[in-house]
Structure formats: C-alpha cells, structure tokens
Design a protein around this ligand. Sequence first.
Ligand code: LLP
Length: 434
Amino acid sequence: MGVRTPHEMQDPTSYTPGFSYRHGALTCESVSLAGIAERAGTPAFVYSRAAFTAAYRELDRALGRLPHRICYAVKANSNLAVLKGFARLASSFDIVSGGELFRLRSIGVRGEQIVFSGVGKTREEIREGLRARILLFNVESEAELEVLASEAARVGWAAPAAIRVNPDIEAGGHPHIATGHHRHKFGIDWAEARRLYLRHRNSLWIEWRGISGHIGSQITSAAPFWRASARLAKYFAELRGEGIALRLLDIGGGIGIRYTNEKPLTFAEYARALPRTLGSTMRAAGGELLVEPGRALTGNAGVLLTRVLYTKRSRGKTFVIVDAAMNDLIRPALYGAAHRITPVKQPAARVSVSRVDVVGPVCESGDFFLHDWPMPEVDAGDLLAIWSAGAYGFVESSNYNSRPRAAEVLVEGGRFRVVRRRETREDLLRGERI
Ligand code: LLP
C-alpha cells in the first residue's frame, strides 16, 4: 500500500468546472460519464461546452476594457462542434494550416476572424488564406514574405501581414513546446524584422497590420508574458513612429493550465501581467491586442474516458491495462506529461490506494499514462477518467497499431452528442490500395 501524497489524491473536479461527482458517479455537466460510455463506447473524449464557454468568457472579462480579440488556437481542439461553440461566442481564431482554415470555413467562420500563423505555410495555403480574406498572416521568414507578396499580386489585393518576432525569451513547459528563444525555429529577430517592415513600407502587395510574438506553451508564471508583451509593445510603437500604421499586437497564446500540481496564472493574473500602457497604446493606434489561447480554453474542459481491460501484477508492480493508448493521447509519451487518472465511480472517502502503472495496449513501453500512480482498487470493466484531455488530445491522435481513432462527445447541460463518431475498420483502410 502506498503512502498517500496529498496532491496526487486531490480531486480534479475542484479545478475543472465542467465535471463533478453526483450520487457517487462522475458527471460532465449533468450527464453521467458511465451513461456516455454505454452509448458512445470507449475510449471517448468527452468535452463540456459550459466549461470552455466559461473559460472564454472569463478571459474576455479579464482583458476587460483593453481593446482585444481572442483568437482561439484551433490546433488545441479542432472538432467542428467545439469550433462552432467558439464561433457562437464571437471568438476569432488562430490557424496554422490550410486544413484548419477549411474546418473554419466549413462552419461559416468569416475570413476577418482568422489569423494565420505557422513557420511553413505553403504557397497553396497562402493563396487559400488570401482568397478567404483573412485578418492577418503572421509571417515567419523573409522568404515567406516574398511568396506572400507574389501571391497577393496574383489575386490583386494587398496581403494583411505581421511579422512574428522572436522575442528571445525563455518560457514554456517542456523543451518541445518552448518557442520564444533565438535558438528556436520560430519568428524573425527584431533587427531583421525591422528591416523587412521598412523595406515593404510602401509595398503594393503587403499591408502591414501588426506585429506578433507567441513565446511558448504551458507557461505558468507572469514574467515571460510581461517581458514579451512589453518588448512587442515597444517594437509596435517604434514602427508606428516610422510611419508604419500597425493596429494589431498579437502576443500569442501559451497560458498554462493545471494538470496535476501546477499553479497556473488565473486569467485575471495574466491580464495584470500585461504592461499597463498597453491599453493606451492600443487605443492611440485604434487597434487591438490579439491573444491566441488554446490549452487554457479547452484543456480542462475535456477528459478521455477509458475502460479497464485487465489488471496484472508482476514482481510487486500492478499494471492497469486500459482500452485507450498512446495513439489516443500521446502527451505522456511525447512530453513526459502527467494527466491525472481517477475512477468514474467515486471512491469512498477513506479508501485505501496502491500504486499502479496505467498503460495502454500498444506494443511499446512508451505507451503509458502514469507510472506509480495511487489508485483505489480497480477491476476489468471499470471506467476511468484521464483528466485535462480537452487540448492536444484527440488532435494529436493517430491510427498507430491500426487502432481506430476514438469518438468525441460534446455535453451541453443534460444532453450529449457524439460530435465525431468512432472510426470503423473501414475507415482504417480508406484511401489504401493493393
Ligand atoms: N499561437 C501559436 C502561434 C502557437 O504555436 C500555439 C501553440 C498557440 C497559439 C496556442 O498555445 P496554447 O495557448 O495552447 O499554449 N502539443 C503541445 C503544445 C503545442 C503548442 C504549439 N503551439 C502539448 O500538448 O503540450
């Protein structure tokens, strides 16, 4: 029997607004997860619309009277029903591919609500963005700027552009998700960016609208946001001083969330971390601050629901083998991420726990969710919730081991809908030929 360490045993429903226990069973809004598993099967991602709506509204409120626009980062969770939910809140969107643009267009999002980021946009993607009349291209290299100008000349109107500046700031959870330092592939350093702004100052085909600077993801302290946005605000003012009429200051996303024991910023603290003068700067420019949160809006609004297939003991270790795997949620394998796991049936208050490894069926040792995690006794057939799976969960899933991808379920109040059906065997073969 393991020692109970308080943070591991903490109840995730205390910081995930869409989820709670009712009559001893875990529910999403007012729908029982066991009921969802029965109807939709497992593994399934379950999202609370109320939770991501509340997160959006809270951030919007925190930014308050600062002229701002929230551009939800589509990459975090691009399910059409989720995107539609944000569109109904009048959110704007940050995309990084033609595929994400296609998703947004398919649900009727207008181009002027879309910002296109990404270090390697293809000519075709740039053309699609221009035709859609998007709000902003965040340009990441001189070569991309040339392609953007040449495609703009082809369609016959100026491309709305910003340069993604590399603010040279160390931030972000894991090395794979930090982006703001000069050794990373992202952005252009300030001296070079300035040269490009000036060179294209009177260009027919580039319309400078802003400056941008996403610095990383899962950032849990204020300082990096403060440093980066102060730096960007300074560049913004400097360029305006040179007669380049920028209006949009895009500080990217990156607000961290609580997975296990992190102490992330609240949205109010995040808003307070932005330089005081930002409001007056933006108002003087008749412009807007753009933020591109992904994880902070959807991360804790979703769980991955899975069923125990087997348990086995071997040399003092207990393995709980579940029907979800690294192909469904790759974050533990890829970033060493820890997602809490709890039984769907509420454990008794003083239940004894033992340490287990929760693992999936894929043939790799990297296919685990947690090692040595304290759990009440579970049996084959029991349902487990893998928490904080609403961002970078389904979107990073694959068919590895020829496993059909999981279903996605959206809960709204007392109802739920399967918003992406579980893949079938036929889906696995689609597009292939002998
Ligand atoms: N804007 C840009 C330009 C980005 O590259 C990203 C994320 C965001 C906004 C949204 O960042 P967020 O607010 O979600 O932190 N797959 C990794 C995270 C990769 C983030 C990539 N860029 C993970 O699962 O932790």
